[in-house]
Design a protein around this ligand. Structure first.
Ligand code: SDX
Length: 432
């Protein structure tokens, strides 16, 4: 809290002082918690672009400078010095694991990696064309039926167990979803593999040809999951916090809400939409200028997917890293993907165009990641499932932070009512 305040005048009369709060990075906020009580007024901020919903110690973004830090550590360093499990541990527990803590965590994740056999039968009941995100969301909330959270006993122990179960089982559910789509038998997790190696083995292991997870894919997947691990109060994390604020301690249902929010093409669903867009440009002869012109046309709902961001008004640091991983993986695998060339040409054309420059529209995390998944033979409708696997520790960290937030209340925004004033109900015979 700073001792500064903002004075509020309405029609020339002073009505109240608003305290000014200041955060670790010296960003300031008007504390409006007493606004309605003192003025009878609310604020109006559709999309919450100017509204802080909580105080958080998890992730820091600077949208103007393109900075992203998890618990103070820059994303660029975490990508180079840690694997996904270390970063998940950091987000959830607030510190990087020691060697012993990391070993213990790996054992716990292995112990809880299997899925109840009755849950496995659920997969077989979905139609072939079922989108994997619909299965993932349903399976996440179904975990609460098979792995009950008994907060009446030792709540913190129960929650810790649930967190570990979810971190491990989301990977198994994601892999089983893919196997179901392929009409293949499920492959259970194996303790000798790492988190990412295990996932790839559950995806691609075959009963008829030997399979070993490609180390290039394992390294790329670790980096991609780290890139997606958290992003402060984005749409899906806000959904997780909002559902959590209703109480009940059901982490599975809150994460299911996060999965549903992430699925949207404006949010995590964009990584699938980017590949569909690049493929369409490719099939249409590779005319990137035509795509840029359509994206600028107000009469055309077409947008450049993977471009623009609510917070970043410069290059998304994750897009920069994503492009480096993309070039690295394709070179390692000796793959020349025409969609990468189109993506780079599209980026170059858009970034020279005033429409994009004036609106600070740059590539975001989703612009290059799909091309990497493609090189790893992962189908496009699984991309947002992988985004969910990456974002899970972030969702969990925010849900846990909400649970211990001294200022937390049930989330319940207000509105400006623009409907009809009071009127009486006409008899049905008198209605047109
Ligand atoms: C993620 O919040 C997070 O942190 C999210 C995320 C995370 O890690 O959790 O980073 C992950 O969701 C990344 C974003 C993925 N989505 C896409 O790539 C979809 C394409 N992008 C957009 O739909 C859009 O940019 C959003 C949704 C990402 C941001 O929307 P905003 O902040 O509400 O911006 P806006 O719609 O008000 O756009 C401002 C202007 C508008 O033009 P004007 O009305 O000023 O003339 O920019 C234009 C928009 O039309 N615009 C675009 C555009 N994005 C914005 N024009 C063309 N193509 C685009 N992609």
């Amino acid at each position: 809290m700073s001792n500064r305040k903002a004075e509020v005048f309405i029609d020339g009369n002073k009505v109240m002082d608003l305290p000014i709060l200041i955060d670790t990075m010296e960003n300031e906020a008007l504390d409006i918690r007493d606004l309605r009580k003192q003025t009878g007024m609310i604020t109006y901020d559709p999309g919450f672009g100017n509204t802080g919903s909580c105080q958080s110690q998890i992730t820091y973004l600077d949208g103007e400078k393109g900075i992203l830090r998890y618990r103070g550590y820059p994303i660029e360093e975490l990508i180079e010095k840690c694997d996904f499990i270390e970063v998940a541990y950091l987000l959830i527990h607030g510190h990087l694991p020691s060697k012993a803590e990391r070993e213990r965590y790996t054992q716990l994740l292995n112990r809880h990696s299997l899925l109840h056999v009755d849950m496995q039968s659920f997969f077989r009941r979905y139609p072939e064309h079922a989108h994997p995100m619909s299965i993932l969301a349903a399976m996440s909330v179904s975990l609460s039926s098979f792995y009950e959270i008994n907060v009446d006993e030792d709540p913190e122990l129960e929650i810790d167990l649930t967190v570990t179960r979810l971190m491990s089982k989301i990977r198994t559910i994601a892999a089983f979803t893919y196997r179901k789509m392929r009409g293949s038998d499920f492959v259970n997790p194996r303790h000798e593999y790492s988190y990412c190696g295990n996932f790839l083995n559950m995806l691609f292991s075959s009963p008829v040809v030997p399979y070993e997870p490609n180390p290039v894919h394992i390294k790329a997947l670790n980096k991609l999951l780290i890139l997606h691990a958290d992003h402060e109060q984005n749409c899906s994390t806000t959904a997780v916090r909002l559902v959590g604020s209703a109480g009940g301690g059901n982490l599975y249902s809150a994460v299911s809400a996060g999965i549903c929010a992430l699925w949207g093409p404006r949010h995590g669903g964009a990584n699938q939409a980017v590949i569909d867009m690049l493929q369409q440009i490719h099939d249409d002869g590779g005319d990137v200028q035509k795509a840029v012109d359509r994206a600028k046309d107000k009469n055309d709902p077409y947008r450049l997917m993977g471009f623009g961001h609510r917070v970043y008004k410069t290059y998304d640091p994750r897009a920069k890293i994503g492009r480096e991983i993309c070039e690295e993986v394709l070179a390692d695998l000796g793959i020349k993907d025409p969609l990468l060339e189109i993506a780079e040409k599209l980026e170059e054309t858009a970034l020279q165009d005033d429409y994009f420059k004036e609106r600070f529209l740059y590539p975001n995390v989703d612009f290059y990641t799909g091309i990497i998944f493609r090189a790893m033979n992962i189908p496009t409708n699984m991309y947002t499932v992988l985004f969910s696997m990456g974002r899970l520790p972030g969702w969990i960290a925010h849900w846990l932070e909400w649970r211990h937030d001294p200022f937390e209340r049930i989330g319940r925004p207000r509105q400006l009512y623009m409907g009809p004033t009071a009127r009486s109900v006409p008899h049905i015979d008198e209605r047109e």
